[in-house]
Design a protein around this ligand. Structure first.
Ligand code: FAD
Length: 281
């Protein structure tokens, strides 16, 4: 890779013993790459309320890595958020990823806080500078945003509220990222904006997921995937190669880090890292 930048990995909290064992194996493999932190998502609506803290604790005490919690505000009240922040401080966390989250379909409960900017405000008001706060950013625009410029201003509101950095939604179009960073800088946003990287393990799942979260899969990638049909080796080879090249371009163009959405699998992320030549520390 042109320059060594910090990397981080994201997991979802396992709910069964089998999933826990899988995550343990994944963490042990990825840990060798000396990540800056490993973050754990948080399901809106309380269904995984205890799974995220459990997983963060496990990362920190069993695996001895910097486990970082995601906190969402949709569907939760101030007291629940306060209790979580207190718990994370007690676990030794000094970094969080602060998000609005998405209300699960069918869920009617709405929280005390409507937007991630209000969550950032709450964390800063009650914990001062204790937590390093990351927020989400959308180079291809959040799907519910009025338009791209409104979304950019809403991103600025999170930074003005006290966010220290941002991690982007995944994308496969580097121009979208570079333009987003330029536009953010022009608005006076100075925090690091780390690209979120989604290695590909299951293309049909990725296609469904991308439609929901507003990430575009370029036509040429879809066409390649279709051409490979059931040839899993060819798909893996192609996907890890183009994602590694994308990472190289991002870093060469100034990306301050790389955040990998692992989906709790080691192999797709390791295949990209191997091509980047980031030897385990
Ligand atoms: P916000 O920044 O609040 O923005 C949400 C929408 O509201 C945007 O369209 C924005 O333009 C608009 N908006 C913001 N402020 C205002 C305002 N004042 N007035 C009007 N409109 C406004 N989801 C989970 O459930 N759990 C996770 O752990 C999780 N982790 C994530 C990690 C990363 C790095 C990323 C990129 C996403 C993650 N998500 C997670 C998904 C995220 O919760 C969704 O994308 C969600 O829809 C928006 O969250 P946000 O924090 O970006 O919201």
């Amino acid at each position: 890779m042109a320059a060594r930048v910090p990397i981080s990995f994201e997991f979802y909290p396992p709910k069964t013993d089998e999933q826990r064992e899988q995550l343990d194996r994944t963490v042990e493999k990825l840990k060798a790459h000396a990540p800056q932190f490993m973050s754990v998502t948080f399901g809106a609506g309380g269904s995984t309320l205890s799974h995220t803290p459990e997983t963060v604790q496990r990362l920190r005490s069993e695996h001895r890595v910097a486990g970082v919690p995601h906190i969402t505000c949709v569907g939760g009240n101030r007291e629940e958020i306060r209790a979580l922040l207190k718990l994370y401080r007690a676990l030794g966390c000094d970094r969080v990823v602060a998000l609005r989250g998405d209300t699960p379909s069918g869920m009617v409960r709405s929280g005390d806080l409507r937007y991630a900017s209000e969550l950032v405000e709450l964390i800063r008001a009650e914990h001062g500078r204790h937590f390093h706060i990351e927020v989400a950013a959308y180079p291809e625009t959040h799907p519910q945003a009025g338009d791209a410029l409104v979304d950019l201003r809403n991103f600025k509101a999170k930074v003005d509220a006290g966010a220290d950095g941002a991690i982007t939604q995944y994308f496969y179009n580097t121009d979208a990222y570079f333009r987003f960073v330029d536009d953010a800088r022009a608005l006076g946003i100075e925090v690091p904006i780390v690209p979120g990287i989604m290695p590909i393990s299951n293309f049909s799942q990725l296609r469904r997921f991308s439609e929901a979260c507003g990430a575009e899969i370029p036509r040429w990638i879809g066409q390649r995937m279709r051409a490979y049909g059931d040839d899993a080796d060819a798909i893996r080879e192609f996907a890890s190669d183009f994602i590694a090249r994308m990472c190289e371009r991002l870093v060469a163009g100034g990306a301050p880090g790389l955040h990998f959405y692992t989906l709790n699998l080691a192999r797709p992320t390791l295949a990209v890292l191997r091509r980047l030549g980031t030897d385990p520390a």
